[in-house]
Design a protein around this ligand. Structure first.
Ligand SMILES: [Fe+2]
Length: 404
């Protein structure tokens, strides 16, 4: 049931909305040979002693040394490097990272890595600045504010992000998702101070990205663009970003996956497309993928690729206004059929298979017996409220079974 007048009302996905808000406060710089300017740019954000957050995989590429040199070239200091972020970061890692930054006497953060690294740096920065535990940060718009919580949100230490995958868009979002291993859930934290101050998009950072990661993270970007476009929390501002992101993905995703190292243009454009696609106004694909990640370790982009076609079929049958929105998405991909949900889902399933990703949950270690717990996780995920069609347990159970 929808509440009349709520911002999340399941009102038609067309017309003039009663209310929406839009913010994108991250300064983005994009182009070639930008890593050497890291210090020069970070200084403009108030950084002096920078704490670098990364992972072992990125360590192995030599990018950390190049970014450290870039920081020092700008006259700033590297206070320390934390390279222990796992593929799926957790509350424990975030708390360890914040403590290490304190210990190092840092005054700012630089995240160099994929979504897990960037989300770790964001939440670590919040703990570094305000204290407390990662779990206490959970929720939307709950970070400390002036005037007894009614005023302007308090800034956290300057944070810059240099993504090394083209997909998550975390470098330009106010959200972070962190695994709580005890509860086996993903904590979602979102508020304005988590917008990084700076994002640097340089195709050099994805030059050696393995094809399967380029494919999976690319599908995360596709999912953000499509879910953002059909979310009940849609807005004309985000529509513009979603459609341009999809146009760029259409011409660059397969090239970036197949030609990788030799196609700088495709890699650079995918970094920008992922950045444009980012939104926290998502839907049931993310609601289904978060528990698949938390409970079975399915990589986020892979889980989205598996769930996306099924959710499209389900949603497109939910109303003419929703089907029209998928028709706009189909137009970008040259798909124009009366049964738009079916046609768009089939088109995307072919794309997903072409870029070498699995299309079934059973291929990635999810057993049929896992479905009830997944359904519970999806029902409890905040993005369920943003799906254009109201979702119940039966709906999710049917979709997981179809995806099995
Ligand atoms: Fe995502």
């Amino acid at each position: 049931m929808s509440e009349a007048g709520s911002a999340l009302d399941r009102a038609p996905l067309r017309g003039f909305k009663d209310f929406y808000q839009y913010a994108s406060t991250t300064r983005v710089i994009a182009g070639r040979d930008l890593l050497g300017s890291t210090g020069f740019e970070l200084q403009k954000e108030g950084a002096r002693r920078v704490f670098v957050v990364t992972d072992e995989g990125v360590r192995g590429t030599g990018l950390v040394e190049r970014v450290e040199a870039g920081i020092e070239d700008g006259g700033l200091e590297v206070a320390g490097v934390f390279d222990e972020v796992p593929q799926d970061s957790s509350t424990e890692v975030v708390e360890r990272c914040a403590a290490a930054a304190k210990e190092a006497g840092a005054d700012s953060f630089l995240a160099l890595g994929g979504g897990s690294v960037m989300d770790t740096a964001k939440v670590a920065d919040a703990l570094f600045t305000h204290g407390g535990t990662a779990r206490e940060q959970e929720g939307f718009f709950l970070m400390p504010r002036e005037d007894d919580g009614m005023g302007r949100p308090l800034d956290i230490a300057p944070l810059a992000c240099i993504p090394t995958t083209a997909g998550t868009g975390s470098e330009v979002s106010m959200a972070a998702v962190i695994k709580d291993p005890e509860e086996k859930v993903k904590l979602e934290i979102a508020d304005f101070p988590l917008f990084p101050r700076l994002a640097i998009l340089d195709p050099e950072t994805t030059r050696t990205l393995p094809a399967h990661i380029a494919a999976a993270t690319g599908m995360d970007a596709v999912t953000h663009a499509i879910e953002g476009y059909v979310s009940v929390d849609w807005s004309p501002h985000q529509d513009a970003r979603s459609l341009q992101a999809l146009r760029m993905i259409r011409t660059n995703l397969e090239r970036a996956v197949e030609r990788g190292e030799e196609d700088e243009e495709a890699r650079g454009n995918m970094l920008i497309a992922a950045n444009l696609a980012m939104t926290i106004s998502l839907g049931s694909v993310h609601a289904m993928s978060h528990p698949a990640g938390a409970q079975f370790g399915v990589p986020h982009g892979v889980a989205n690729a598996i769930h996306l076609p099924h959710v499209i079929r389900h949603n497109a049958a939910g109303g003419a206004d929703i089907a029209d929105r998928y028709r706009d998405v189909g137009e970008v991909f040259g798909v124009d059929e009366p049964e738009i949900g079916e046609a768009l889902a089939a088109h995307l399933t072919e794309l997903i298979a072409r870029i070498g990703l699995p299309t079934r949950l059973s291929e990635v270690g999810v057993p049929e017996s896992g479905i009830p717990a997944l359904v519970e996780g999806a029902m409890g995920d905040g993005t369920t409220l943003l799906n254009p069609v109201e979702m119940g347990e039966e709906d999710y159970a049917a979709l997981y079974r179809e995806a099995l």
